[in-house]
Design a protein around this ligand. Structure first.
Ligand SMILES: [Zn+2]
Ligand SMILES: [Zn+2]
Length: 237
């Protein structure tokens, strides 16, 4: 059953009338993401590997041939370029949480475009302290909108970030993986929804090296999930 999202409340529509929002992409007045910027977020065009998003033709992906991934699939909406980059930064660092609505809608459209199939939706968790400081988990906001549009249940409490980690930015791929060892833990008892045998749709904003998604997937599979498909807004250009 579809849930009513809190930010579609009538009071927010009234506030929009009184104080028209600005586009996160180009600062034009009228909407959080104007039609021109929406169109400028071009979906990925070239043929890419369904497991790691590397451009490739057919099933022979050179990255997947030489590295083992526990992810069943990885899909992205677009490249991490403008105006999507600024939109993600507004959502993540500037408190423009309502951007989760159009951006989460893009994730749902991407899920349909690539014919993904999942039983449960889970966001990449933040450590509790980081979430407390930020006031929200941006990935969870995206996941909630995406799940709502797809009519899928969310089971975020199943996956916890139990260890705060150093910032991943600037670390090479191998060190990112090392940095994340033991960072995520699956806690099936925290959700009424069964994890065992389920296909999970794992949501995050950006996938850089895949180390975070990989660490989450390992925890989910250890917890009993049968497969994990990841869906993100952006991958590096
Ligand atoms: Zn715009
Ligand atoms: Zn691949």
């Amino acid at each position: 059953m579809k849930r009513r999202l809190p930010f579609t409340h009538w009071a927010e529509h009234l506030l929009d009338l009184l104080f028209p929002p600005c586009c996160a992409g180009c600062a034009s007045s009228g909407s959080l993401l104007c039609p021109a910027c929406l169109r400028a977020i071009a979906r990925l065009q070239e043929q890419r590997c369904a497991r790691c998003t590397l451009p490739c033709r057919g099933a022979d992906c050179r990255r997947c041939r030489f590295s083992s991934s526990s992810l069943f699939a990885l899909q992205a909406v677009a490249l991490y370029e403008e105006p999507l980059r600024t939109c993600i930064q507004h959502l993540k660092y500037r408190g423009t949480t309502r951007l989760a609505q159009p951006l989460g809608g893009m994730l749902a459209a991407c899920y349909r475009r690539y014919h993904l199939r999942a039983d449960l939706v889970i966001a990449v968790p933040l450590h509790a302290e980081r979430e407390r400081l930020r006031g929200y988990n941006h990935a969870r906001l995206l996941a909630d909108v995406c799940a709502h549009e797809l009519g899928l249940p969310c089971a975020h409490p199943l996956l916890q970030r139990v260890r705060a980690t150093a910032a991943q930015v600037g670390l090479p791929s191998s060190e990112r993986r090392q940095n994340l060892v033991g960072a995520f833990q699956c806690q099936p008892q925290r959700s009424a929804l069964p994890l065992s045998g389920s296909t999970i749709l794992l949501i995050d904003d950006v996938c850089t090296t895949g180390a975070t998604l990989e660490a989450c997937t390992t925890a989910l599979l250890q917890g009993g999930a049968s497969r994990v498909q990841a869906l993100v807004l952006a991958i590096p250009g």
